[in-house]
Design a protein around this ligand. Structure first.
Ligand code: FES
Ligand code: FES
Length: 153
């Protein structure tokens, strides 16, 4: 067991963890932040995407211990300070960019990173960027529309 401490959504988080504990499990099981979903555990589906020091990371590809001292942001940290949906979350809602919603947290986290890098992406750039995010409901068309709308607003 090793002590790990990091900032998660702007708040300090500390725990004794096994070295093999994945960041995805740490967020869900130790911190109760179940918005980070686990769809495959093999780094393919993108439902577990979070930001670590501002970079997109599939949290099932990282040990919790590797996040020592880092800033982690999850979907729970995405809403506006008053609790209302962020621009990107609202665009997913308005454009029906979700069906079951299982992929949505990862899609939103990836979208935030995409629009930071490229505030006006083309449809092709959006589809290329989301290559690592799988939607099992195959709702890609409306997801792309939602992202285009968020980019334009
Ligand atoms: S659970 Fe991490 S990529 Fe699927
Ligand atoms: S909305 Fe169901 S997996 Fe994408």
């Amino acid at each position: 067991m090793a002590k790990v401490s990091m900032s998660v959504n702007g708040k300090p988080a500390e725990a004794e963890v096994e070295g093999r504990l994945l960041l995805s499990h740490f967020l869900r099981d130790n911190l109760g932040l179940t918005g980070t979903h686990i769809g495959c555990d093999t780094s393919q589906c993108g439902t577990c995407v979070v930001h670590v020091d501002g970079k997109v990371v599939k949290s099932c590809t990282m040990f919790a211990a590797e996040a020592e001292g880092k800033e982690v942001t999850t979907i729970e940290g995405m809403a506006n300070p008053d609790g209302s949906l962020s621009k990107i979350q609202a665009a997913f809602q308005t454009h029906h960019g979700l069906q079951c919603g299982f992929c949505t947290p990862g899609m939103v986290m990836s979208t935030v990173a995409l629009l930071k890098q490229n505030p006006d992406p083309s449809e092709t750039e959006i589809r290329d960027y989301l290559e690592g995010n799988i939607c099992r409901c195959t709702g890609y068309h409306n997801i792309v529309k939602a992202i285009q709308s968020a980019a334009a607003s």
